[in-house]
Design a protein around this ligand. Structure first.
Ligand code: ZN
Length: 164
Protein backbone atom coordinates (compact mmCIF):
# COMPACT_ATOMS: atom_id res chain seq x y z
CA UNK A 1 0.00 0.00 0.00
CA UNK A 2 1.33 3.43 -0.95
CA UNK A 3 0.17 6.55 0.82
CA UNK A 4 0.94 9.67 -1.20
CA UNK A 5 1.46 13.17 0.18
CA UNK A 6 -1.61 15.36 -0.35
CA UNK A 7 -0.78 18.98 -1.23
CA UNK A 8 -2.56 21.61 0.81
CA UNK A 9 -3.83 25.13 0.23
CA UNK A 10 -2.21 27.56 -0.53
CA UNK A 11 0.23 25.39 -2.52
CA UNK A 12 0.38 26.94 -6.02
CA UNK A 13 0.67 23.48 -7.60
CA UNK A 14 -3.02 22.96 -6.75
CA UNK A 15 -3.88 25.88 -9.02
CA UNK A 16 -2.51 24.47 -12.27
CA UNK A 17 -4.69 22.90 -14.92
CA UNK A 18 -4.13 19.18 -15.47
CA UNK A 19 -3.25 17.46 -18.74
CA UNK A 20 -5.38 15.05 -20.75
CA UNK A 21 -4.17 11.42 -20.39
CA UNK A 22 -3.22 10.04 -23.80
CA UNK A 23 -2.53 6.44 -22.92
CA UNK A 24 -3.59 4.42 -19.92
CA UNK A 25 -0.46 2.50 -19.13
CA UNK A 26 1.02 0.73 -16.14
CA UNK A 27 2.02 4.05 -14.54
CA UNK A 28 -1.51 5.43 -14.72
CA UNK A 29 -2.96 2.24 -13.24
CA UNK A 30 -0.43 2.36 -10.42
CA UNK A 31 -1.20 6.03 -9.79
CA UNK A 32 -4.95 5.24 -9.57
CA UNK A 33 -4.25 2.44 -7.08
CA UNK A 34 -2.01 4.68 -4.94
CA UNK A 35 -4.60 7.46 -5.05
CA UNK A 36 -7.31 5.05 -3.85
CA UNK A 37 -5.03 3.84 -1.02
CA UNK A 38 -4.37 7.46 -0.05
CA UNK A 39 -8.04 8.45 -0.21
CA UNK A 40 -9.17 5.52 1.94
CA UNK A 41 -6.31 6.01 4.37
CA UNK A 42 -7.19 9.69 4.82
CA UNK A 43 -10.93 8.99 5.09
CA UNK A 44 -11.83 11.01 1.99
CA UNK A 45 -14.49 10.18 -0.58
CA UNK A 46 -12.65 11.60 -3.57
CA UNK A 47 -9.17 12.53 -4.73
CA UNK A 48 -7.83 14.15 -7.90
CA UNK A 49 -4.31 13.55 -9.31
CA UNK A 50 -3.15 17.19 -8.92
CA UNK A 51 -3.73 16.83 -5.17
CA UNK A 52 -0.90 14.29 -5.13
CA UNK A 53 1.26 16.51 -7.32
CA UNK A 54 0.52 14.82 -10.64
CA UNK A 55 -0.99 17.09 -13.24
CA UNK A 56 -3.10 14.53 -15.07
CA UNK A 57 -6.87 14.28 -15.57
CA UNK A 58 -7.50 11.34 -13.28
CA UNK A 59 -9.90 11.22 -10.33
CA UNK A 60 -10.89 8.49 -7.88
CA UNK A 61 -14.11 8.50 -5.87
CA UNK A 62 -15.95 6.29 -3.41
CA UNK A 63 -19.17 7.61 -1.90
CA UNK A 64 -20.39 4.23 -0.62
CA UNK A 65 -20.93 3.95 3.13
CA UNK A 66 -18.66 0.90 3.34
CA UNK A 67 -15.93 2.40 1.17
CA UNK A 68 -15.95 -0.64 -1.08
CA UNK A 69 -17.11 0.79 -4.42
CA UNK A 70 -14.26 2.70 -6.03
CA UNK A 71 -14.96 4.71 -9.16
CA UNK A 72 -11.96 5.68 -11.29
CA UNK A 73 -12.44 8.26 -14.02
CA UNK A 74 -9.84 9.13 -16.66
CA UNK A 75 -10.31 12.40 -18.59
CA UNK A 76 -13.77 13.09 -17.11
CA UNK A 77 -15.85 15.72 -18.94
CA UNK A 78 -19.19 17.15 -17.84
CA UNK A 79 -21.39 16.79 -20.93
CA UNK A 80 -24.63 18.07 -19.39
CA UNK A 81 -25.78 19.91 -16.29
CA UNK A 82 -29.30 20.30 -14.94
CA UNK A 83 -30.71 23.78 -14.41
CA UNK A 84 -31.81 22.64 -10.98
CA UNK A 85 -29.19 23.33 -8.34
CA UNK A 86 -28.33 21.64 -5.05
CA UNK A 87 -26.24 22.60 -2.07
CA UNK A 88 -23.95 20.31 -0.09
CA UNK A 89 -21.44 21.03 2.65
CA UNK A 90 -18.12 19.87 1.16
CA UNK A 91 -14.73 19.26 2.68
CA UNK A 92 -11.42 18.61 0.96
CA UNK A 93 -8.20 16.79 1.91
CA UNK A 94 -6.27 19.74 0.44
CA UNK A 95 -8.22 22.32 2.44
CA UNK A 96 -8.10 21.08 6.03
CA UNK A 97 -10.56 22.30 8.64
CA UNK A 98 -12.92 23.87 6.15
CA UNK A 99 -16.47 22.90 5.22
CA UNK A 100 -17.96 25.04 2.49
CA UNK A 101 -21.57 25.02 1.29
CA UNK A 102 -21.29 24.59 -2.46
CA UNK A 103 -24.06 25.39 -4.92
CA UNK A 104 -23.87 23.06 -7.91
CA UNK A 105 -26.08 21.57 -10.64
CA UNK A 106 -28.16 18.79 -9.08
CA UNK A 107 -27.69 16.35 -11.96
CA UNK A 108 -24.84 15.93 -14.39
CA UNK A 109 -23.95 13.62 -17.24
CA UNK A 110 -20.26 12.92 -17.61
CA UNK A 111 -18.15 11.05 -20.09
CA UNK A 112 -14.83 9.47 -19.13
CA UNK A 113 -12.62 6.47 -19.75
CA UNK A 114 -12.25 3.64 -17.27
CA UNK A 115 -8.83 2.13 -16.48
CA UNK A 116 -9.23 -0.35 -19.34
CA UNK A 117 -9.62 2.57 -21.75
CA UNK A 118 -13.33 1.95 -22.33
CA UNK A 119 -15.48 5.02 -22.94
CA UNK A 120 -18.28 5.41 -20.43
CA UNK A 121 -21.13 7.76 -19.79
CA UNK A 122 -22.48 8.26 -16.31
CA UNK A 123 -25.45 10.12 -14.89
CA UNK A 124 -24.86 11.33 -11.37
CA UNK A 125 -26.95 13.26 -8.89
CA UNK A 126 -26.97 13.99 -5.17
CA UNK A 127 -23.77 13.52 -3.23
CA UNK A 128 -22.04 11.48 -5.97
CA UNK A 129 -22.72 14.26 -8.47
CA UNK A 130 -21.33 16.84 -6.05
CA UNK A 131 -18.16 14.82 -5.43
CA UNK A 132 -17.53 14.32 -9.17
CA UNK A 133 -17.92 18.08 -9.75
CA UNK A 134 -15.61 18.82 -6.81
CA UNK A 135 -12.90 16.51 -8.20
CA UNK A 136 -13.21 17.90 -11.74
CA UNK A 137 -12.76 21.38 -10.21
CA UNK A 138 -9.35 20.17 -8.96
CA UNK A 139 -8.36 19.24 -12.53
CA UNK A 140 -9.00 22.87 -13.46
CA UNK A 141 -7.16 24.33 -10.46
CA UNK A 142 -10.30 25.29 -8.55
CA UNK A 143 -10.64 24.77 -4.80
CA UNK A 144 -13.30 25.15 -2.12
CA UNK A 145 -11.67 28.34 -0.87
CA UNK A 146 -12.70 30.01 -4.19
CA UNK A 147 -16.31 29.86 -3.05
CA UNK A 148 -15.66 31.80 0.16
CA UNK A 149 -16.26 35.51 0.49
CA UNK A 150 -13.01 37.53 0.64
CA UNK A 151 -13.55 37.99 4.37
CA UNK A 152 -14.07 34.29 5.06
CA UNK A 153 -11.12 33.42 2.86
CA UNK A 154 -8.69 35.64 4.72
CA UNK A 155 -10.08 34.37 8.04
CA UNK A 156 -9.51 30.79 6.87
CA UNK A 157 -5.89 31.37 5.84
CA UNK A 158 -5.07 33.31 8.97
CA UNK A 159 -6.69 30.75 11.25
CA UNK A 160 -5.12 27.84 9.44
CA UNK A 161 -1.60 29.30 9.56
CA UNK A 162 -1.83 29.86 13.29
CA UNK A 163 -3.00 26.27 13.90
CA UNK A 164 -0.01 24.77 12.07
ZN1 ZN B 1 -10.89 18.37 -2.86
Amino acid sequence: MTILTVLQEPDPRLRKSSRHIDSIDHEIRRLARDMLDTMYHRGGCGLAAPQVNTRLRLIVIDTSSRADSPLILVNPVIENRSARMMRFAEGCLSVPDLTAKMHRPAEIVISALDLAGRQMELEASGWLGAVIQHEIDHLNGRLLTDALSPKDRSRYFKGHRSRR
